[in-house]
Ligand binder design. Structure first.
Ligand SMILES: [Zn+2]
Length: 302
């Protein structure tokens, strides 16, 4: 084997391994972008939705191994045959009044830090911590995606380690109208177009959300946070009520959020998609190197 071919093989292999986030790789490539990933569902430094710090590589962040090997990861494709939670689940959040709550562009999402609202989900008492948005939707419903999704993130009132997220899909509509919350937040969004900016969100009506949570079927499954550290043990409740957004309001959200949706995961109990892909990496690396070898051999024999 020619010396340059040896170098090519080593280079290609290391690039493939670092790009595709193999759990077993070691050395400096793995640590290139090892960063602290704290919190969850928005507000964490370092990760992105594309490139080498994108979802396929999130397990490289400190404490975020679950992103690459967890077997109950979110989001998933929701099938209408899935388990539905009791209609009695309660999350009657009051409208946000004149005092307001911080509405922040975290760089990963835009989030309202609306704390303390009670919710009972699956018989467990929770308190709302915050809610934020994704474009496009992270979950799918019978493999249909939606332009947006909102996540209401809750923490257990008696056991703070318990997490529950209520998700609602958001879609454009024939009448081109916006749910009152969406219309108000779209106006406020124009003050926080850059990461790090905050505005106080006042007078935000949540009537559509209340209906979408208390009066709707909610598909439930055990999943995870959809951002690093991808913590598992999260109880998901995805409503079948779809909030309206007008085209002009949607465009404001889309312009500010860009693309912030994690790829679909394999489903509760199934092998993690990154872990699954990683087992084929050695053969992929070999195939790429073999083609390179043939090209090099042809060049030298010509
Ligand atoms: Zn989310």
């Amino acid at each position: 084997m020619h010396f340059s071919t040896l170098i090519s093989f080593a280079t290609i292999s290391s690039l493939l391994y670092s790009a595709l986030a193999c759990e077993s790789c070691s050395g400096s490539a793995k640590n290139l972008h090892r960063r602290e990933a704290e919190g969850g569902e928005g507000g964490e430094p370092g990760f992105t939705y594309l490139g080498l710090t994108g979802p396929v590589d999130w397990n490289q962040f400190e404490g975020a191994q679950s992103c690459g090997d967890g077997k109950s990861q979110s989001p998933i494709n929701i099938e209408s045959t899935m388990k539905i939670s009791a209609y009695g689940d309660v999350g009657e959040y009051a409208d946000i009044g004149a005092t307001g709550f911080n509405f922040t562009n975290t760089g990963h999402t835009v989030e309202v830090f609306y704390k303390g609202q009670p919710a009972v989900l699956g018989g467990v008492e929770y308190e709302l911590q915050r809610f934020h948005f994704h474009t496009p939707s992270e979950h799918r419903l019978d493999n249909e995606w939606f332009p947006m999704e909102v996540h209401f993130v809750h923490q257990g009132r008696n056991d703070p380690s318990k997490l529950a997220v209520v998700g609602l899909f958001i879609d454009t509509n024939e009448e081109n109208t916006s749910d009152p919350m969406m219309a108000r937040l779209a106006t406020l969004l124009q003050s926080i177009e850059k990461p790090g900016e905050t505005v106080v969100a006042t007078h935000v009506p949540l009537s559509g959300v209340r209906t979408g949570i208390t009066g709707a079927k909610k598909f439930t499954y055990p999943g995870s946070l959809t951002t690093p550290p991808c913590t598992e043990g999260v109880s998901w409740y995805v409503s079948n009520t779809i909030l309206d957004v007008s085209i002009s309001d949607y465009k404001i959200f889309k312009r500010v959020l860009g693309y912030n949706s994690r790829n679909l995961q394999s489903g509760p109990g199934q092998q993690n998609v990154v872990d699954f892909a990683a087992q084929f990496l050695p053969s992929v690396a070999n195939r790429v190197a073999s083609k390179k070898q043939k090209r090099t051999a042809r060049r030298f024999s010509a």
